[in-house]
Design a protein around this ligand. Structure first.
Ligand code: UDP
Ligand code: MG
Length: 325
């Protein structure tokens, strides 16, 4: 970021950093400063530094986040703001940012500096060498709680066992996406978005850089158990249909077993006559099948609800204001 705007020729690649923010007034200025410092260090005098823009997406913050960013936009033309009309969630905010970003490559980042800016240079270098997507894989998650690590491992195992295109484990939204990949993502019309699933679904030549995930710099995480569970359900229903098929298989197996049992009962009655005991086994069978029925109905409901959302065709997010474009 050492070059003044006038010297930015057409041949310098441009990179957009897309940063969704929700109630992050104490983090945004630190973030911009850290990016500025790190790009200066990563591209020392003499190296051709790409042109950077930072696209903040204010996801309906109720604190001074938008005001702080607006003030930053006035003094630095590389900083841009997309304000959503209310809190739409990180996935929608990220989509809004991907749409607004103008760079030849786009890197979604968290504002809390858990996505280290030092990785930008290695990612850009791999991109310039021909990669269209550069994943940043967390090799050390010791900063995350045991619970978060365990559930995240379980989630990736489950979703990858069900889906037909694997989702890279421990790769968050922090990755470099070439313009061609961003164009495909912007074309996608799904309403129930699970970006990690879309990122891996689109394919493209992919490289990986590894890093240890640091702790959050300021502020508090916006994720709690219920939001994480909702994200996991969205992820599974948005990228797989396997859970629907499971019930066909389980239903078929139970029917075959029931058929065999009926045959046994008939034979038994013919050979040794009628006997009345069996209350417990009938109760168990009724309750078990009732539970199974309700579960599979609920599962259908999850998918049907998403079909309804898709059919309504409302926009993914509503932009209230843009600055700097
Ligand atoms: N975020 C957002 N909308 C939300 C929740 C979070 O835009 O509804 C942003 C948040 O400001 C941050 C990023 O998403 O820049 C990641 O959030 P956080 O650090 O809380 O998640 P974690 O790192 O704990 O997974
Ligand atoms: Mg974070």
């Amino acid at each position: 970021m050492t070059f003044p705007l006038e010297t930015q020729g057409m041949d310098r690649p441009s990179i957009s950093l897309v940063v969704p923010v929700y109630n992050e007034e104490e983090s945004v200025a630190h973030f911009a400063a850290a990016i500025s410092k790190s790009t200066d260090e990563s591209w020392p005098e003499g190296d051709i530094c790409p042109h950077f823009e930072i696209v903040f997406v204010d996801d309906g913050s109720c604190d001074a986040t938008a005001a702080v960013i607006r003030a930053m936009c006035r003094v630095d033309r590389r900083i841009k703001l997309v304000s959503l009309s209310r809190n739409f969630g990180k996935e929608a905010a990220l989509s809004a940012g991907l749409k607004a970003a103008t760079g030849d490559a786009v890197i979604p980042m968290d504002v809390d500096l858990q996505d280290p800016p030092e990785l930008i240079r290695p990612m850009v270098d791999l991109w310039l060498a021909g990669a269209q997507i550069v994943n940043a894989k967390r090799i050390d998650r010791s900063q995350d709680s045991f619970f978060k690590r365990a559930t995240s491992r379980l989630f990736y195992k489950t979703i990858n066992a069900m889906g037909d295109h694997p989702i890279a484990a421990d790769v968050g939204d922090f990755r470099l996406l070439d313009r061609s990949a961003v164009a495909v993502l912007n074309e996608m019309t799904e309403r129930c978005r699970f970006n990690k699933g879309l990122f891996s679904w689109i394919g493209f030549r992919t490289e990986t850089v590894e890093y240890a995930r640091p702790a959050r710099r300021a502020g508090a995480t916006k994720w709690n158990i219920s939001r994480l569970v909702a994200l996991a359900i969205d992820g599974i229903t948005a990228s797989t249909t396997f859970p629907l098929r499971v019930w066909t298989i389980i239903g078929a197996i139970i029917s075959i077993l029931a058929f065999g049992y009926a045959a046994f009962l008939i034979a038994h009655t013919i050979i040794s006559g009628v006997d009345t005991p069996g209350y417990a086994s009938i109760m168990v069978a009724v309750l078990f099948l009732g539970g199974l029925n309700l579960f599979s109905l609920g599962l259908m409901g999850e998918y049907i609800g998403r079909i309804a959302i898709q059919v309504r065709g409302r926009p993914l997010y509503v932009v209230a204001e843009t600055i700097g474009f």
